[in-house]
Design a protein around this ligand. Structure first.
Ligand SMILES: [Zn+2]
Ligand SMILES: [Zn+2]
Length: 337
């Protein structure tokens, strides 16, 4: 099979062994592979043999009867959780601390990348795609719509809420789609003009520039001095995290889905106690919410805007270059095009 690699700093297609089904691990033929954070590896000039964690495709080989069969169309959920710990049983597979060692189990490191024609996955990580839904659309149930869906579910975002979204990469753009699906009022913060314009087209009421010192005051103004009901940071930057906390109203809620390992200073009295703030860390979403995400995919009128490009996998270099310009929302690779 073909897969994407970065070798000596160059992105290219390479031949790799096709994975083989074993126990409840099945082989999926990848039809849609959304691009996510892999551009950071490309940008840093680091080599990589296994790229990507989002996919939708068709089950082509099973080793035993189980939850899926050959021919099933499925979304491929990220990571390789154990499937049996209390978090996994509760549907919080993404938070499993006992992830499987794919190489040790299958005898090969191949099959974990989604920028590839085939991958291997446990059958319980493969929820079904409804008839009539394309692979490209279904793949939005991974990181395009997933992180913000999980966070909005935890915050209970509804039509009563004004939601602040900081950072309008593909995850932030997915957050705009999810917030609008819930009929919430959306205010956003983003400096890139292409992204700001795209979010406005998707129904954000205002997109403010984080570099403008007037932005915090403007957020207050837009909420009649009260502050936003909910805020979601998708940027993974400390200043944006702080902006979310400061912009939230008393008894408001702030969730974080943007990955970041830098320290954020929290002042317990003004930020938490006096304010009654709820801070929520959220990664992906509980698998039991999958049917609801499908409803967003089936009914949201904004998804043509959420996906900016669908490209053959062989054009992956062009796709990375496009991601680096910032002038894209979600880009989906097609390994068989
Ligand atoms: Zn587990
Ligand atoms: Zn992702």
């Amino acid at each position: 099979m073909e897969k994407v690699v970065i070798r000596n700093g160059a992105v290219e297609l390479a031949q790799a062994h096709t994975p083989q089904a074993k126990a409840n691990w099945v082989v999926v033929k990848v039809h849609a592979a959304p691009m996510c954070t892999e551009y950071k590896t490309f940008r840093a000039g680091r080599d990589a043999e296994f790229l990507g964690h989002e996919a939708a495709g068709e089950v082509v080989e099973v080793a035993q009867p189980g939850r899926v069969k050959v021919g099933d169309r499925v979304v491929v959920m990220p990571t390789y959780p154990c499937g049996t710990c209390s978090l996994c049983v509760a549907g919080d597979l993404i938070h499993c601390e006992h992830g499987a060692d794919v190489h040790a189990f299958t005898g090969s490191p191949e099959g974990t990348a989604t920028y590839a024609q085939y991958l291997i996955k446990q059958d319980f990580m493969l929820p079904a795609i409804p008839d009539g839904m394309s692979y490209e659309r279904a793949s939005l149930a991974c990181c395009a719509l997933g992180p913000s869906f999980g966070a909005f579910d935890l915050m209970g975002v509804s039509a009563f809420d004004t939601v602040l979204i900081t950072g309008l990469g593909p995850v932030g753009m997915g957050a705009v789609a999810n917030a609008r699906f819930r009929n919430a009022r959306v205010l956003a913060v983003e400096s890139h003009p292409w992204r700001a314009e795209r979010a406005l087209a998707m129904g954000a009421e205002a997109v403010l520039d984080p570099r403008d010192p007037a932005t915090p005051a403007r957020l207050k103004e837009l909420t009649r001095g009260v502050g936003v009901d909910c805020a979601l940071d998708c940027s993974g930057t400390v200043p944006a995290q702080r902006m979310c906390i400061d912009a939230a109203r008393r008894k408001g809620k702030v969730a974080f889905v943007g990955e970041c390992s830098d320290e954020l200073a929290i002042r317990i009295s003004p930020d938490m106690i006096r304010k009654g703030l709820t801070l929520i860390g959220s990664w992906h979403y509980n698998i039991n919410l999958f049917p609801k995400i499908l409803q967003v995919i089936e009914r949201s009128p904004l998804l043509d805007l959420l996906v900016s490009n669908v490209m053959p996998m062989r054009d992956v270099k062009k796709a990375f270059d496009l991601q680096l310009t910032g002038e894209s929302s979600k880009i989906i690779l097609q390994p068989w095009a």
